[in-house]
Design a protein. Structure first.
Ligand code: GSH
Length: 243
């Protein structure tokens, strides 16, 4: 059995989708990042950078219990565990890994910053035109790169793979970072096909509220403090870990 530590964000969705796709049994544990649950010592023992998602596999290599944080590592680990969504052909495998790293080190972080300045900072009345322009331009470039890659293939690297699973959740929320996917026809076609997969339609509900949110409210003081106030964040992490 696998424990998934999750919140309803694009990074959270990558882990949810790969678990759904592989068919591995899992238990979903909510870590509501707007409420600061990522700083709980129990969670930080699994995810030292206090970020979701993370997994604990109680039947890891040699029957050991192992924990995995960082979506790139989670996707690779589960692909290797199941033999799914990562080709055994060395060339296809390399292509998949290259594009997985592109997602985790370029697409995710830069689009994430665009989302931050376009939405969350704006919720606080912060209008940072320089930052918005910079990250929006990067986002547009990244969509162009993906569109070119998809011009002559159905999926990013061979068959549907962990590269697609990593990339889709951010494209799914493209409007939120002011990207019109119709401007990127290959991305649009690819995204429409993936959004038909049952794994992408799963929307877990937060137990006590029965809600499933997609957009954390940055105008809420407590939420802002937990997510973006770097002084109190660093403090929270240090206090909770005792460092
Ligand atoms: N590089 C990490 C990024 C994970 C990440 O940014 N998670 C966000 C939610 S999408 C988070 O947990 N934020 C809470 C915080 O920073 O306190 C990964 O790929 O797993």
């Amino acid at each position: 059995m696998i424990d998934l530590y999750y919140d309803a964000t694009p990074n959270g969705r990558k882990a949810l989708i790969v678990l759904e796709e592989t068919g591995l049994p899992y238990t979903l544990n909510w870590v509501e990042i707007g409420k600061g649950h990522q700083f709980e010592p129990e969670f930080m023992a699994i995810s030292p950078n206090s970020k979701i998602p993370a997994i604990v596999d109680h039947d890891g290599p040699g029957g050991e219990t192992v924990s995995v944080f960082e979506t790139g590592a989670i996707l690779l680990y589960l692909a290797e565990k199941t033999g799914k969504f990562l080709s055994s052909n060395p060339i296809e495998r390399l292509e998949t890994i290259k594009w997985l790293f592109w997602q985790t080190s370029s697409q995710g972080p830069f689009v994430g910053q665009a989302v931050h300045f376009i939405n969350y900072a704006a919720d606080r009345g912060i209008d940072d035109t320089y930052a918005i322009d910079r990250y929006h331009a990067e986002a547009k470039k990244l969509y162009g790169v993906l569109d070119k890659r998809l011009a002559d293939r159905v999926y990013i690297a061979g068959d549907y793979s962990i590269a697609d699973i990593a990339t889709f959740p951010w494209v799914r929320v493209a409007k939120g970072h002011r990207i019109d996917v119709t401007q990127y026809p290959n991305v649009q076609r690819w995204s429409a096909a993936i959004s038909e997969r049952p794994s992408t339609k799963v929307k877990p509900k937060i137990p006590e509220s029965d809600a499933s949110f997609e957009r954390i409210d940055g105008s809420d003081d407590k939420v802002w403090k937990n997510l973006f106030d770097h002084k109190s964040k660093a403090g929270a992490a240090a206090t909770k870990t005792g460092s």
